[in-house]
Design a protein around this ligand. Structure first.
Ligand code: NAD
Ligand code: MG
Length: 385
């Protein structure tokens, strides 16, 4: 393999760290173009030095002096602010790992798409919010969108060499999160510390809360709807507490293909980085005898209404998934800050959805305007709680 250039948007996060761990083990094959973070200048500078990046960018401009100081004498360019983030994403790199959390990653991801190269997409909120706008840009610019989210990466692998028309079902597996066996009364009292303690995966705080509410699976349903256009009625969710089967595709002849692996994001990231080839990961081989049992059950949409809300949003299409996503981002932040209860997250999202139904966005600017307005409305509801 000849050396490939890579940009990591969200280099200091959980997905960013897993990506850079793989690159670290395969150094001769990679050249870092840009690494970005929100505000952790010290960590970002450390990574930029380690990987000899051309450019390091903090989205929060107030952290730029600290970044400059930490990079002094290194010859690495430092920049800050939203425009610099987009410029970093627009700089040519063969592979861009989109690993910013939230709709904050949308504009830079779109800038990377416009270069028409490979985008390894972890940032599900961007695709959920921009849906048609993003998939149209991918087609227009001839970019390759490779799903890093473990379920979508599994589905992508199970679809290789097959025809979407032959698909009977696509089944997304869900761990069910840390509260899958909790009663409604227990859920009402769930704390942020309990919500971020995921049984199988180690992830950033936002996606951990989303796993606990099942909004993560809801967002993934919308994500799958855009990535694999088989129709919403062919997309199903099943709870699989062991997180070994990462998702499945059933074909019309009755064959079901599944992708299995350890609960380690380095596996789907490696699959995207090396695609269509394969690369080594340090993950232990799957030991099914030690795991012993794989179990499955139907999701409970009474205790966890998020997947019901997401399915309705996907069905409505247009701007509605962006409203759902933005309302959820604000509600999750409010829950993490102790302002609202765990069960209020879904209630608040449903409230925003019932009051705000803007027309379908036609452009990135339209999506960002919907996102901004839905945030304001969700925040107002937090304040009224
Ligand atoms: P994280 O919180 O650990 O990291 C987020 C990264 O984004 C950090 O580098 C942070 O500095 C940066 N960032 C945060 N806010 C920003 C802003 N406003 N502007 C610019 N940069 C900002 O999150 P994570 O767990 O790594 O998740 C990243 C994305 O990948 C999310 O969309 C998540 O849903 C998705 N994802 C994560 C996992 C996982 O296992 N962690 C699995 C599947 C999908
Ligand atoms: Mg996932």
């Amino acid at each position: 393999m000849s050396q490939r250039s890579i940009t990591v948007l969200g280099a200091t996060g959980s997905i960013g760290a897993s990506t850079l761990d793989l690159i670290r083990r395969d150094r001769p094959n990679w050249r870092a173009v840009a690494l970005t973070a929100n505000g952790n200048a010290v960590e970002l500078a450390k990574l930029a030095r380690e990987f000899a990046a051309e450019l390091a960018v903090v989205a929060d401009e107030t952290c730029l002096p600290a970044l400059r100081e930490a990079l002094a004498g290194s010859g690495i360019e430092a920049a800050g602010g939203p425009a610099a983030l987009i410029e970093a994403a627009a700089r040519d790199a063969e592979v861009t790992v989109a690993a910013i959390v939230g709709c904050a990653g949308l504009a830079p991801t779109m800038a990377a798409i416009e270069r028409g190269r490979v985008i390894a997409l972890a940032n599900k909120e961007a695709l959920v919010s921009a849906g048609e706008v993003m998939t149209a840009a991918v087609a227009r610019h001839g970019a390759t969108l490779l799903p890093v989210d473990s379920e979508h990466n599994a589905i992508f692998q199970c679809l290789q060499g097959n025809d979407l028309e032959d698909v009977r079902w696509i089944t997304l597996t869900a761990s069910g999160g840390p509260f899958r066996d909790w009663s409604a009364e227990q859920l009402a009292r769930a704390t942020p510390a309990e919500a971020v303690r995921h049984p199988n995966w180690s992830m950033g705080a936002k996606i951990s809360v989303d796993s606990a509410t099942m909004f993560n699976k809801g967002l993934e349903l919308i994500e799958a709807h855009h990535l694999f256009p088989v129709g919403l009625d062919k997309l199903r969710i099943i709870v699989h507490p062991q997180s070994v089967v990462h998702s499945m595709v059933e074909y019309r002849d009755g064959s079901t293909l599944a992708q299995l692996g350890p609960s380690d994001m380095r596996v789907p990231i490696a699959s995207s980085l090396a695609y269509p080839a394969r690369m080594e990961t340090p993950c232990a081989p799957l030991d099914l005898a030690a795991i012993g049992e794989l179990t499955f059950r139907a999701p409970d949409e009474v205790r966890f209404p998020a997947t019901r809300l997401a399915r309705a949003a996907a069905l409505a299409g247009g701007a509605i998934p962006a409203v759902l996503n933005a309302a959820n981002e604000i509600a999750v932040a409010a829950f993490l800050d102790g302002h609202i209860s765990f069960t209020r997250i879904a209630a608040q999202v449903e409230d925003v959805l019932s009051r705000y139904a803007p027309p379908p966005p036609q452009s990135l600017a339209d999506v960002l305007a919907v996102d901004a307005e839905a945030r304001v409305r969700s925040r107002e509801l937090t304040e009224a709680t």
